[in-house]
Design a protein around this ligand. Structure first.
Ligand SMILES: [Zn+2]
Ligand SMILES: [Zn+2]
Length: 541
């Protein structure tokens, strides 16, 4: 059993514990352990066998015992028991149809059904209305939803990172390609699709139905199926004839508006051939949100990135030391990494005082010696106070090599006030970059009222860059705003805001978001060599 397989089983266990209304701390512990195992650099199966599993972060005696059982027997007995009791496929189907987990379990018990097929049969036989609490209206709605065909969409958008994990996992298992919203790197994904080139579609569809991520198949055609996860998220698989694979991939990648403009699509085995037949240049998926005309620009690529300019360490709320973050950045092939921990005004977590900043600079200088020519840059993520002043005095900021300015508290200020506050901060001569300018949390907190047009003007005058923050729930600036910033002549920085070594991997999300805003390497400050970064913010002009 490899790490992803072990992690999937723990995740499945966590989902079932959730359905069974177990202690939420237990559920979370299993999810965290799954995440640790997924990203562990060593084969976890071997660690477990040699009794060393607890050296991994977040693995206590309880989880260790389950891991031993899983590695030694290939299964977790309690997981199988929970599966029998809780009918996860009915629950997954229920979620997909808009029912809560408890309601679905009740439904399964009352009707004596254990699989989604049995639920469909019961529904078709008119038995839904015999369940207490299901009136004629709900029954009609469920029957309608069960009979629904067409493009499946998740009721709630999935964060891009989670969507990639799910769709990427299914694509790898089936030897296909990820398509749908993830391939266009949308910040919140509703259409999740995988396309496979399959001479024999039955083989692919049968494997799809058996994947651990998929608890129930809700639609099945000759070359297409839709399955749902235990959370009710629909995933579509298209098993295309190999000679039509390129055409199927374009259709499944979308957006529907973009594809509609290209139709009728000729059949071809790969995408480039379809475009060639249409006499069009190939279009990067990030630019397929709207109908596209003309020659696509040479978008920035992950390999163009030379360093990361925003990350945290154990000095504030990060989980790794300066040295660990630096080594991880060096291993990614970067030339530099700026350490930007928080300042005291951030509130909820520890922030660095003047004195801390100077002590951290010493630690950074020491870390730099063995790592040369790689460079760790002493930096800061400095809070912008309510009146626009910065949370550290200028003499401290002047000693740092990279200064991010950030609004954390007070995102709901009215437009005029918030814009003045940010403008004031950007006028500070030591600020290099404005962090997560719109302050949103995807699907949780809307964007703030900041007047970006005004901010672009000031940023341009002052030579300050704007961040494209790669945290999966931020992705801020988003693609449309990146495009406006670039049109205004403002430079951007693609950052991860990593709080762990693994977090540095979110650069892919930041770069893809910049690509959605038409950014080329020349627009992105951290595609430049170290000396351009050290040249201070005038270099960003
Ligand atoms: Zn921040
Ligand atoms: Zn940060």
């Amino acid at each position: 059993m490899d790490n992803p397989q072990i992690a999937d089983r723990l995740d499945a266990f966590a989902s079932l514990l959730e359905l069974g209304e177990a202690n939420p701390y237990t559920t979370r512990a299993y999810r965290r352990a799954a995440e640790t195992i997924r990203s562990a650099p060593l084969p976890v199966g071997q660690l477990v066998r040699s009794g060393r599993a607890r050296e991994l972060r977040g693995i206590g005696p309880g989880i260790e015992a389950r891991l031993r059982e899983l590695v030694e027997t290939g299964a977790i007995a309690e997981l199988a028991e929970l599966e029998r009791e809780l009918a996860p496929d009915v629950v997954g189907l229920g979620h997909y149809l808009g029912l809560g987990a408890k309601r679905s379990v009740e439904l399964a018990r009352t009707l004596g059904v254990r699989t989604s097929d049995e639920l469909r049969e019961a529904a078709a036989a008119g038995r839904l209305r015999t369940v207490p609490g299901i009136g004629p209206k709900t029954e009609a709605r469920l029957l309608e939803a069960l009979g629904h065909e067409g493009e499946p969409r998740s009721r709630r958008g999935l964060l891009l990172s989670r969507a990639w994990e799910l769709v990427g996992g299914v694509a790898t298992a089936l030897g296909g390609e990820a398509a749908g919203d993830v391939r266009r790197w949308r910040d919140s994904c509703e259409r999740l699709a995988v396309v496979c080139a399959a001479p024999d579609p039955h083989f692919v569809l049968a494997r799809f139905a058996k994947l651990p991520q998929i608890v129930a198949v809700v639609e099945e055609g000759e070359r297409r199926a839709v399955g749902v996860t235990v959370d009710g998220v629909p995933v579509e698989v298209v098993a295309s004839e190999p000679e039509r694979f390129g055409t199927a991939l374009i259709r499944a990648t979308g957006s529907p508006e973009y594809v509609a403009e290209l139709e009728p699509l000729p059949d071809a085995s790969h995408e480039e051939a379809v475009y060639r037949a249409l006499d069009l240049p190939w279009c990067p998926p990030e630019l397929r949100e709207q109908p596209f005309q003309g020659e696509p620009p040479a978008l920035v690529e992950p390999k163009d990135i030379r360093g990361d300019l925003h990350c945290h360490t154990t000095w504030s709320d990060g989980r790794a030391s300066v040295e660990d973050m630096a080594r991880a950045a060096q291993e990614r092939g970067y030339d530099y990494l700026a350490i930007c921990d928080h300042t005291p005004a951030v509130g909820a977590v520890r922030g660095l005082s003047d004195d801390d900043v100077r002590r951290q600079a010493e630690e950074i200088a020491a870390a730099n010696e063995p790592l040369a020519p790689f460079r760790v840059l002493p930096g800061i993520e400095c809070d912008i106070l309510a009146d626009g002043r910065l949370d550290l005095p200028d003499d401290v900021l002047s000693e740092l090599e990279w200064v991010q300015a950030s609004v954390h508290g007070g995102q709901r200020m009215p437009r005029g006030e918030l814009t003045k506050r940010v403008e004031e901060a950007l006028r500070n001569p030591y600020v290099h970059c404005l962090s997560h300018p719109k302050g949103r949390y995807i699907n949780r907190r809307p964007e703030n009222a900041l007047d970006l047009e005004r901010v672009f003007e000031v940023a341009l005058e002052e030579g300050v860059a704007l961040e494209v923050n790669g945290l999966p729930d931020r992705l801020d600036l988003r693609g449309e705003h990146v495009r406006e910033a670039l049109r205004a002549g403002v430079q951007i920085v693609c950052s991860t805001d990593a709080h762990s070594v693994r977090g540095l991997g979110n650069m892919a999300l930041a770069v893809a978001t910049a690509r959605r805003g038409w950014a080329t390497a020349a627009h992105v400050v951290n595609t430049r060599p170290l000396r351009a970064i050290l040249g201070g913010r005038r270099a960003a002009r």
